[in-house]
Design a protein around this ligand. Structure first.
Ligand SMILES: [Cu+2]
Length: 328
């Protein structure tokens, strides 16, 4: 498009137009800067950075792509606004009807986006490959979804430890009709369990996910992972919580799995490797005690203890009456 110079008939001064053009660019720049700045400065608006190797990797990729998008927006909208303001009809511009095709322009506007996409695809592919790389894990845990609870069965060095993780009693009581309990008074309402999954920090933990009934999904936002637990299939994912980020992290089942879908939260207690080793030793001692007691009196099996390496239906004792009423 050619710009026709202003004619003498145009009596408007150039100053107000210059101000309008400058103001438009200023507003655009301010909006872009505010948007990009907010993504950094206001974590609530952005995706969580997380505490694992993978979540940090995903966040870094997300920010790289965001900045590429910001700069594309600056260039594209900048050119568009410049064209709209400077080459407007009221300023005397007339369309150039002679330019109907330009091979050079087409090559340029094809090659530049292709190069940008290739540049983005390289780190994205690296992250995807990393997500799927299950090698060299230090601990493997089988996770089985049930309507509506999770079972965690440790393999390898912690083999023998297996338990169910169900909604905590206080959330369970408060969730019932006419309970008279204000859910806001319950800490971590619907996000707390009786037995959290316990894992060590600084160790690559591989989770094998499956389900005993319908499709569930294991999702902890701070870990940057979510994967379906499908009956008859084994999916896997890995978590490596960064040292120094020990603590309790919460998530939920992320697949609509029935009436009690909202009542099967996920809680993960991340311990230092030394504390995790102590926890494993304690659990094994309890198991030994429980099996000795059950050998002496089979009816006295501790509640919430599932048989080791069990398959099919869980062998846990009947849950408390209230839990059974709500979650059966
Ligand atoms: Cu579920």
């Amino acid at each position: 498009m050619k710009l026709n110079r202003l004619t003498v008939n145009d009596t408007r001064s150039a100053r107000p137009r210059a101000l309008t053009f400058g103001r438009a660019l200023g507003v655009l720049a301010a909006l872009l800067a505010a948007g990009a700045g907010a993504a950094h400065a206001w974590p609530a608006m952005n995706m969580p950075i997380g505490v694992t190797v993978l979540s940090r990797n995903i966040y870094r990729l997300h920010m790289e792509v965001l900045w590429v998008c910001v700069w594309i927006a600056v260039v594209v909208f900048g050119v568009m606004i410049t064209a709209i303001v400077r080459f407007r009809h009221s300023k005397g511009a007339v369309p150039d009807t002679t330019l109907t095709h330009s091979t050079a322009a087409e090559v340029i506007w094809t090659i530049i986006p292709v190069l940008i996409l290739v540049a983005l695809a390289i780190p994205a592919t690296k992250s995807l490959l990393k997500l799927e790389d299950m090698r060299h894990s230090g601990l493997t845990i089988r996770v089985t979804g049930y309507q509506w609870k999770w079972q965690y069965t440790y393999l390898g060095q912690a083999a023998g430890i297996s338990f169910f993780s169900t909604l905590s009693q206080d959330s369970n009581f408060a969730s019932q009709l006419h309970s008279g309990i204000d859910p806001r008074s319950v800490p971590h309402y619907l996000l707390s369990v009786d037995h959290p999954l316990v894992i060590p920090s600084g160790v690559k933990v591989r989770l094998l996910l499956t389900s005993a009934d319908v499709i569930h999904a294991w999702w902890v936002p701070d870990f940057g992972v979510k994967r379906s637990a499908i009956p008859g299939f084994i999916n896997d994912l890995w978590i490596e919580v960064l040292p120094g980020k020990e603590g309790v992290y919460r998530g939920q089942c992320a697949a609509l799995c029935g009436r009690g879908h909202a009542f099967m939260p996920i809680v993960v207690d991340v311990k230092t490797p030394a504390d995790f080793a102590k926890w494993v030793a304690g659990q094994k001692a309890e198991l030994k005690q429980a099996s000795a007691a059950s050998a002496a009196a089979p009816a006295a099996t501790a509640p919430n203890e599932a048989p080791v390496a069990s398959s099919g239906a869980p062998g846990r004792a009947a849950p408390p009456a209230l839990t059974a009423q709500v979650l059966d």
